[in-house]
Design a binder for this molecule. Structure first.
Ligand code: HEC
Ligand code: HEC
Ligand code: HEC
Ligand code: HEC
Ligand code: HEC
Ligand code: HEC
Ligand code: HEC
Length: 193
């Protein structure tokens, strides 16, 4: 740290979950016998991280996932392994999801008509950021089940109740067929376009 505490990348190492749990520089770097010449790593990503994080390995072997195995996205795009001021060693807050906007800028808004949970609860309200057994890395197997968790038929929840006519026909099951812009819209309060 005497030489490497020069910028934001390393500034939080002392309080990182890695340092606190005795995962030091040399767990990941080797000054003399690095397998990977770049950054003197003992192993390249994601194998380096999977060596200790077997749960994450499982997440990323699910059918719908960020393709870290193929090198399209890496662990350190979202996490700062050297320490972060955010939870889960994230590079930016989970609630504001700046970490996701780096690549999914179209979801950042601001939109004239926000879909509130995207802003208040963040992407993880509906998605599993590592990977999922459901298409689009969604938390639920069917989109309507996801929507119905917050939008009920009664008005006792924080989200607006579903109009009763939705209950009268099967065609209202596929929510995003009509409410297309679930991440926010510049045109329509009902998220139709
Ligand atoms: C949990 C594993 C891990 C630990 C612990 C770790 N590093 Fe790293 N470090 C990496 C990885 C992975 C990269 C390459 C990141 C990339 O590919 O962008 C890296 C990159 C670097 C770099 C080059 C990039 C930069 O930011 O300048 C330096 C220097 C560095 N680490 C120093 C250290 C020092 C010093 C420590 C201990 C105080 C440390 N690392 C602890 C995994 C680790
Ligand atoms: C030598 C073992 C080891 C390696 C290699 C390692 N980690 Fe960790 N990591 C740990 C331990 C131990 C913890 C703290 C306990 C825990 O949360 O699992 C931790 C914590 C974390 C956390 C915070 C978890 C939380 O719940 O807050 C993240 C994120 C993380 N590591 C990412 C990475 C990434 C990314 C890499 C690869 C660049 C990596 N780790 C490499 C051992 C390791
Ligand atoms: C697309 C961004 C992204 C990538 C890529 C990513 N993570 Fe994560 N990771 C997250 C987010 C967001 C969370 C916090 C999830 C939450 O709090 O609900 C998280 C949580 C974690 C945790 C804490 C335990 C948990 O599951 O909540 C660990 C450990 C972890 N990640 C390790 C890794 C490793 C290892 C890799 C690479 C193999 C990786 N992550 C790649 C975004 C990412
Ligand atoms: C470093 C760039 C990067 C970051 C950061 C990133 N993503 Fe991605 N994401 C991608 C790429 C590339 C794909 C396309 C994956 C593919 O085709 O395999 C993708 C795909 C997705 C998909 C699935 C899209 C589909 O059509 O099935 C979702 C959902 C998603 N990301 C959510 C997130 C969330 C949530 C975060 C923040 C926790 C995040 N992403 C952070 C690059 C990124
Ligand atoms: C209220 C739930 C919800 C939240 C919160 C949410 N999403 Fe989504 N997202 C969805 C649904 C539902 C789909 C699938 C839409 C479809 O297939 O018609 C989706 C699809 C996607 C896709 C793939 C299709 C596309 O539009 O590009 C990406 C990428 C994505 N989301 C990223 C994000 C990011 C990044 C965030 C956080 C800023 C986020 N999502 C927050 C519900 C949500
Ligand atoms: C995590 C909870 C949550 C989830 C999941 C969720 N919503 Fe929402 N939704 C809300 C909240 C809260 C509002 C904001 C109401 C307001 O602005 O007063 C809202 C607003 C809306 C609106 C605008 C209604 C209005 O009167 O402004 C529509 C349409 C909508 N959601 C459809 C959906 C669809 C379709 C899904 C599934 C893809 C979904 N929502 C998933 C919480 C949620
Ligand atoms: C066939 C098209 C269609 C489908 C599919 C559909 N909706 Fe709607 N939705 C509408 C229409 C039309 C309105 C009323 C718009 C208005 O009042 O201006 C509406 C309104 C809403 C509202 C706003 C209620 C309010 O008072 O603010 C919510 C929330 C909503 N729908 C949720 C859902 C959910 C959840 C699903 C899936 C279970 C769904 N919708 C499926 C067409 C549809």
């Amino acid at each position: 740290m005497e030489c490497h505490e020069y910028g934001a990348e390393h500034a939080n190492f002392d309080r990182s979950q890695h340092n606190v749990n005795d995962v030091s520089c040399i767990a990941c770097h080797s000054t003399h016998q690095a397998k990977e010449p770049q950054f003197l790593l003992v192993e390249k990503q994601p194998q380096l991280c999977f060596g200790c994080h077997t749960d994450a390995k499982q997440d990323f072997s699910r059918p719908f996932r960020h393709r870290v195995e193929q090198g399209l996205v890496s662990c350190t795009d979202c996490h700062n392994q050297h320490g972060s001021s955010q939870t889960k060693l994230l590079r930016a807050t989970a609630s504001q999801d700046q970490v996701c906007f780096k690549c999914h800028a179209d979801k950042a808004g601001p939109f004239a008509f926000e879909h509130e949970p995207v802003k208040t609860e963040g992407c993880s309200a509906c998605h599993q950021p590592h990977g999922s057994t459901n298409p689009r890395m969604l938390k639920r197997s069917q989109i309507n089940l996801l929507c119905l968790e917050c939008h009920t038929l009664t008005v006792d929840s924080a989200a607006p109740a579903i109009p009763t006519f939705h209950n009268q026909s099967q065609k209202y099951q596929a929510c995003t067929l009509c409410h297309v812009t679930v991440h926010g819209s510049n045109f329509d309060r009902m998220l139709f376009k």
